[in-house]
Design a protein around this ligand. Structure first.
Ligand SMILES: [Fe+2]
Length: 272
């Protein structure tokens, strides 16, 4: 009975969707053994096709992100030394993160169970896949792949405020009571995955779910989206759709604001 209760406690939106016959790659797996981290991660022997998928995605997204993505993300891209002709090495990215924001990288086999995921974050370790989507999935894949994990998530982890916020997120999620889990899931969605940030009175993108998606990049700053000032109390009660373009997004003023307001909220909610 107790373990069933725990299972439900960590059930994500994806898991709930999976119960209704969604792509099995979207069902989070529980890690049963240690996964390689940092210098222990070996570089896969990528095929020409896989390298060309990276190249296509990288060139297209970098072009689309011009003038749309936040400066902090672009600074991270520079530090990570991405190139269109080579799929980045998790081991090298781990070294970059280690010297900029004291994070490292672990290689995981796919979407992992939330409890595993948050345990990594709490230790300032980013769990990443190292396989790339299939050619027919260039425009959209429902499951995580290295383009989402590396290109979408990692650059911003070089920003110290964001890096601190994300570690605290992991800690808070592990301490959360059942009813607080949905709040954190929504917060993750509207910040880490689909967050916008204000720059000189214009909205810029910082969420990885937008950054790694052609359609979301084009859609997120269009007039089809309602943009609301960042407000945690509002976010935790906001519904969202996993499988459609986002109709509503929240904009932060700065990454300092994200870190500070989240710290205040977790302390008020007794999550740290
Ligand atoms: Fe993600």
């Amino acid at each position: 009975m107790e373990s069933q209760h725990d299972e439900k406690k960590f059930q994500s939106a994806y898991e709930k969707a999976a119960e209704n016959g969604i792509d099995p790659r979207c069902i989070p797996q529980k890690l049963t053994q240690d996964v390689p981290e940092g210098d222990l991660i070996t570089y896969p022997n990528y095929s020409e096709t896989e390298i060309s998928i990276w190249m296509t995605l990288y060139i297209r997204q970098m072009e689309l992100l011009k003038g749309r993505v936040c400066d902090e993300y672009l600074e991270g891209v520079k530090l990570m030394n991405f190139s269109s002709s080579q799929i980045p090495s998790l081991r090298e990215l781990s070294n970059v993160l280690s010297s900029t924001s004291n994070w490292t990288v672990a290689r995981v086999p796919g979407l992992i169970h939330e409890e595993n995921f948050f345990s990594f974050l709490r230790r300032r370790v980013f769990p990443s896949t190292d396989y790339i989507r299939e050619p027919h999935e260039i425009d959209y894949t429902p499951a995580p792949d290295l383009f989402h994990d590396i290109f979408g998530h990692m650059p911003l982890l070089t920003n110290s405020n964001f890096a601190n916020f994300y570690q605290l997120f992991g800690e808070a999620a592990l301490n959360a009571r059942e009813e607080q889990h949905i709040f954190l899931e929504k917060l993750h969605w509207f910040t880490v995955e689909f967050g916008l940030i204000k720059k000189n009175n214009q909205n810029r993108i910082y969420g990885a779910g937008i950054i790694s998606s052609k359609n979301e990049v084009e859609h997120s700053l269009s007039d089809k989206v309602e943009v609301i000032p960042f407000d945690i109390e509002r976010i935790i009660h906001q519904e969202y759709e996993v499988w459609h373009l986002q109709p509503l997004l929240f904009v932060i003023e700065s990454f300092e604001q994200l870190e500070t307001s989240f710290k205040e909220w977790v302390s008020k909610e007794n999550l740290i």
